[in-house]
Design a protein. Structure first.
Length: 166
């Protein structure tokens, strides 16, 4: 790491700490030449697959677009910043590790819906109403019934049993 004060290419690491919330490593460094100290932060640089839109065109993955859509769904809802950050981290991690060079926008939408279902049911319904392009109240009612079934005590017990068998 080059010293920001004198430009010396050699510096030594004095202390390293893992930042749990951002998955970054913070390092305290000292210049071998001028002796001044400074901090650096190292973070994984993930590359996302290209997004294939429903009309067949492609574009670069945009964290900003995903954040905007999720934030609209979460507007005026009571969720902690930590929970929201964890949701975004999970969404972006699933997209970055998709395993192919291209990902359909519909898959991104499903990932977002899965994560919103875990975070906030109202936000899930808000996002679903746009993502699934509800045409009438019947489509909305169907999604609510599906949600109720997923949240029913019997379904939760079945899901728990399936997880316990793994």
């Amino acid at each position: 790491m080059r010293c920001p004060f004198c430009g010396e290419p050699e510096t030594k690491v004095i202390d390293s700490r893992l930042s749990i919330d951002t998955n970054a490593i913070k390092r305290r460094r000292e210049c071998n030449s001028c002796g001044k100290r400074f901090n650096t932060s190292e973070q994984v640089d993930l590359t996302y697959p290209r997004v294939i839109k429903s009309n067949g065109s492609s574009e670069l993955f945009s964290e900003l677009k995903v954040r905007k859509g999720v934030n609209i769904a979460l507007e005026k809802r009571n969720n902690s910043a930590d929970d929201i950050d964890a949701t975004f981290a999970s969404i972006f991690q699933k997209c970055a590790t998709y395993g192919k060079k291209e990902i359909n926008s519909s898959i991104i939408g499903k990932v977002v819906m899965e994560e919103l279902l875990l975070l906030d049911h109202v936000a899930y319904l808000r996002f679903a109403s746009v993502y699934l392009n509800f045409e009438n109240k019947d489509a909305f009612t169907k999604v609510i019934k599906d949600l109720e079934m997923k949240l029913s005590p019997e379904m939760k017990k079945l899901q728990k049993n399936l997880l316990d068998d793994d």
